[in-house]
Design a protein around this ligand. Structure first.
Ligand SMILES: C[S@@+](CC[C@H](N)C(=O)[O-])C[C@H]1O[C@@H](n2cnc3c(N)ncnc32)[C@H](O)[C@@H]1O
Length: 404
């Protein structure tokens, strides 16, 4: 929460970032790096800018409605949007030289109307509200509200390099204040606005930034030293590195993906983390999977998904996404589950995971797989609910291969 207004230059930066995201379709993280690179911003000021931008994107439809501004005209009308944001948050307006004014009477009329529209109030596009109600029923309004909150910052202690206590002490020396997260071993919540990636502790591979819910998913894999483990949709390796730590660097951990640049990124992170048992392999065709048939003690399928559990962190995606993408993803997940499950050996464990809270990508997908596949039995599943935990939203199901 902000207690003072943004400076004029920070307000302009927010408008530039929003224009890049909403008018040019740039992902939020790239819009940030595009605007921040080369600037000597204090960590506190940068944190303020990302906080305001994130909040604006989480409730974009509401703020645009209150300001009578269109999402594709931010460059031209962004000053009124930012004025409305300050007005809504009871802060003095920023001191902009050329700004579109807010008509107070019009603003108050619109505010009253908006209060009567719960989905608008919670920053939810209509298509998402419909989908959420259809998929989650009565549970949806709570989740919708939870996805509106600013995400907290979490670290995963890299136990290949240090213990959580040691990490906390080292970070404190670099003015990074943290507290352990209840119920998630090795997770720390960051309380200060520090620039984490500039710390010596980060450069030494002592931690990774990773949501506590994501850390929970990785821990479900329960990999042991000496095992043969496959992380088949590894991306840049958030969960791979966590699994490597479970394995204490012993055994074989194969990280696969269809995108080489992500695996290149993963290799770099693994080097920094001291995770020497990680090998990467691009999935070039179905043959790559066939060659690994019945070979692994553990297979993690952290499948491509709608990302509708992580909207707190990636609020830009709800203004870019369309409902038409959803069935395409569900189909891809089904194919990955059917094909990649062949890599699990008899007695081995398959963990299916998503960063979505939608039933069709989660339990319904798993139920269908089990109905089509007698070689696996269900062990457990869990929805990591943003409303219950305050973390990002995830789902996992743990299955065991019982026959060839
Ligand atoms: C949810 S992300 C993985 C995130 C990663 N596990 C982490 O914890 O950082 C899904 C990944 O699946 C990859 N992917 C997409 N289609 C795939 C396919 N057919 N086979 C394997 N991976 C695929 C994407 O490139 C993406 O990196």
């Amino acid at each position: 929460m902000l207690t003072s207004s943004l400076s004029a230059s920070s307000t302009e930066l927010v408008i530039n970032i929003l224009a890049l995201v909403l008018e040019e379709g740039k992902p939020l993280d790239r819009a940030y790096s595009h605007n921040f690179s080369g600037l000597k911003l204090a960590a506190e000021e940068q944190a303020k800018i990302t906080w305001v931008t994130g909040d604006l994107l989480r409730r974009l439809n509401l703020y645009c409605y209150l300001a009578d501004v269109k999402t594709d005209e931010i460059e031209r009308t962004g000053s009124r949007l930012l004025n409305v944001w300050h007005r809504f948050n009871d802060l003095p307006l920023p001191n902009l030289q050329y700004a579109l004014k807010v008509d107070e009477t019009e603003y108050l009329i619109r505010l009253e109307k908006a209060k009567g529209d719960e989905a608008l109030w919670d920053g939810c596009p209509e298509w998402l509200d419909e989908m959420g109600s259809q998929q989650l029923g009565e549970a949806w309004p709570r989740e919708r509200k939870a996805l509106l909150q600013a995400p907290k910052r979490y670290l995963r202690c890299n136990t290949l390099k240090n213990s959580p206590d040691e990490l906390q002490a080292v970070l404190l020396k670099e003015s990074v204040e943290t507290v352990p997260v209840d119920g998630v071993e090795g997770a720390l919540e960051v309380l200060s606005n520090s620039a984490l990636f500039k710390t010596e502790a980060f450069k030494a591979g002592r931690f990774e930034q990773q949501d506590a819910g994501s850390q929970q998913i990785a821990s479900v894999v329960d990999a042991k030293p000496g095992m043969r483990v496959i992380d088949a949709c590894a991306g840049a390796g958030g969960k791979t590195l966590s699994i490597a730590a479970q394995m204490e660097g012993k055994g074989r951990l194969l990280a696969m993906d269809v995108e080489q640049w992500k695996l290149d990124n993963l290799k770099q992170r693994a080097r920094r983390a001291g995770a020497h048992n990680v090998e990467t392999r691009i999935i070039a065709s179905s043959k790559t999977i066939k060659r690994l048939k019945l070979s692994a003690d553990r297979v993690l399928l952290d499948v491509p998904c709608s990302g509708l559990g992580v909207l707190k962190r990636n609020p830009d995606s709800k203004w870019r996404d369309t409902p038409e993408r959803f069935p395409v993803l569900v189909d891809l997940q089904k194919q990955i589950l059917q094909s990649y499950s062949r890599m699990v050996k008899v007695g081995g464990i398959l963990v299916y995971a998503t960063c979505s809270i939608m039933t069709e990508e989660n339990r319904a997908q798993v139920d269908q797989f089990l109905a089509d596949n007698e070689h696996f039995e269900f062990i457990e599943d869990e929805l990591i609910s943003p409303a219950d935990t305050g973390f990002d939203g995830f789902y996992y199901a743990k299955l065991k291969r019982i026959s060839e």
